[in-house]
Write a protein that binds this ligand. Sequence first.
Ligand code: MRU
Length: 363
Amino acid sequence: MKVEGTPQRPIRLHHDGWSVDIIDQTRLPHRLEIATMRTLDHAAHAIEAMQVRGAPLIGATAAYGMALAMRADSSDLAMGIAADRLLATRPTAVNLRWAVEEMLGALFTVRPNERVEAAYRRAAEICEEDVATCQAIGAHGLTLIEQAAAGKQGAAVNILTHCNAGWLACVDWGTATAPIYMAHDAGIPVHVWVDETRPRNQGASLTAWELGQHGVPHTLISDNSGGHLMQRGFVDMCIVGTDRTTATGDVANKIGTYLKALAAHDTGVPFYVALPSTTIDWTLDDGFAIPIEQRAGEELTQLTGRTKWGENVTVSIAPKGTPVRNDAFDVTPARLVTGLITERGIAEASREGLKALFPERSR
Ligand code: MRU
């Protein structure tokens, strides 16, 4: 997607042909800053520090992290160490494990002296596959927006989203945002309610930024507003992303998603989850088995922002020493999900629904 008219991706190969450029998302929305990863440690740090975040992008970064590791040492031992280092960075998004396993699969089958080339090739494929997948998700999700628009006599379709499941979280298009961008580009009036997404504010700092860059009408709302807006009829549908979805359709996503799903259920607002199949954990049947990342208390006790003088400051907002619990994700049970928008179509959030679209997984 474009930033100030120029196509951008959150990850791409540097012009030297081997190091990897990322948009440093900790600097947004105030600065578009590119960081360059040259080592396995840089890639692991980028994921841990959330310079890159969002399930598909974490996977893509890990894939390039494996390639960078192979440049330094392409032995079997180094491959295993690199995989372990990357897998330890963040626990919830299953795309990380998927991408690392894809890379190991591509590397084990070739000789050590061929591994660097094989790693870069597979990492680039993973990125391009993600773009194609998000485009397909967009095309399927677009049909839902078209249906909603048909009943609105030209008024905008109001879509609520949580966190950032946009192009910044993927390689391009985004998952939840792909249908929105496609609808907007097709001339369908859309308006997005952007949850601020405390504590890290991915909605305020990332989703609002990328929608604004593309010219999609949107309004930032506090995390507590969604239920109220749904009750008043101001939301036509919710579309969110996910970090891991079980084979039975339970959805782990950014903390607060479950509350939106409950409100949507109570008010009869359709609640869709957009996801590439790489986010489905076919080994799990129960959402409560999904590991939930626990993050630093400072994310809640402090706020960071930019003053009107252009200075970045962090301020404390809670009494010193306040105990904090900071779960980064929650699980929305399948029964609250209207549909899963995948690259192969829209599935019912159930084992049967997913198997119908991914029959090869039923074996
Ligand atoms: O902690 P984050 O910012 O990595 O969490 C991101 C989300 O929860 C997204 O909704 C999810 O990864 C889907 S991204 C297409």
